[in-house]
Design a protein around this ligand. Structure first.
Ligand SMILES: [Zn+2]
Length: 169
């Protein structure tokens, strides 16, 4: 059985109780989290339960145009008031470059492609988090009243560490 078939079978069982039926689309903690798709990060690592926060995920936990779109919908349509950006140690996008990634994929696929324009590879994780925060804080549609905070999740210790706005001098 394929993984998708297994999911369909599990969903059939879930639907008998449908425990999350009572949840509303509005996150009860008024929180939106943008983070990586990495398997080692989950709502459990943040002490969250279903229904409490929007979890927006992409490779790296990057403020892409689409992540920004989701965060705007989260705030303006569904009333979230705090944004958390989380990158993590040992991320697949670290210690590589745009060119290296593109070349590797192109070689395996056997053809070039115009999209995606960027993979958002990065070397310095703290700098990368600050870059994402800057993209959010300078956006004209993100009100100053929204708390925007950035973190690095350490996959070895399981701990979140807050990243200050400017590098410590
Ligand atoms: Zn990652």
């Amino acid at each position: 059985m394929s993984a998708i078939d297994e999911v369909l079978a599990a969903n059939e069982v879930y639907s008998h109780t449908h425990e999350l039926r009572a949840l509303t689309p509005r996150p009860s903690r008024r929180l939106a989290v943008l983070t990586c798709m990495d398997t080692r990060l989950s709502i459990r690592t943040m002490g969250l339960k279903e229904g409490e926060a929007h979890i927006i995920r992409n490779a790296g936990g990057i403020v892409t145009d689409d992540a920004l779109r989701s965060l705007l919908v989260s705030h303006y349509l569904l009333d979230t008031e705090e944004f958390m950006v989380i990158n993590h140690t040992d991320c697949g996008l670290m210690h590589t470059t745009e060119e290296d990634l593109r070349t590797r994929i192109q070689n395996r696929a056997g053809t070039a492609a115009v999209a995606p324009a960027f993979f958002h590879a990065f070397q310095n994780i703290e700098e990368n988090v600050r870059h994402q925060l800057q993209k959010l804080r300078t956006h004209p549609w993100i009100p100053k009243s929204i708390a925007v905070r950035g973190f690095v999740y350490d996959v070895a210790s399981g701990r979140l560490r807050e990243i200050a706005d400017a590098p410590q001098s």
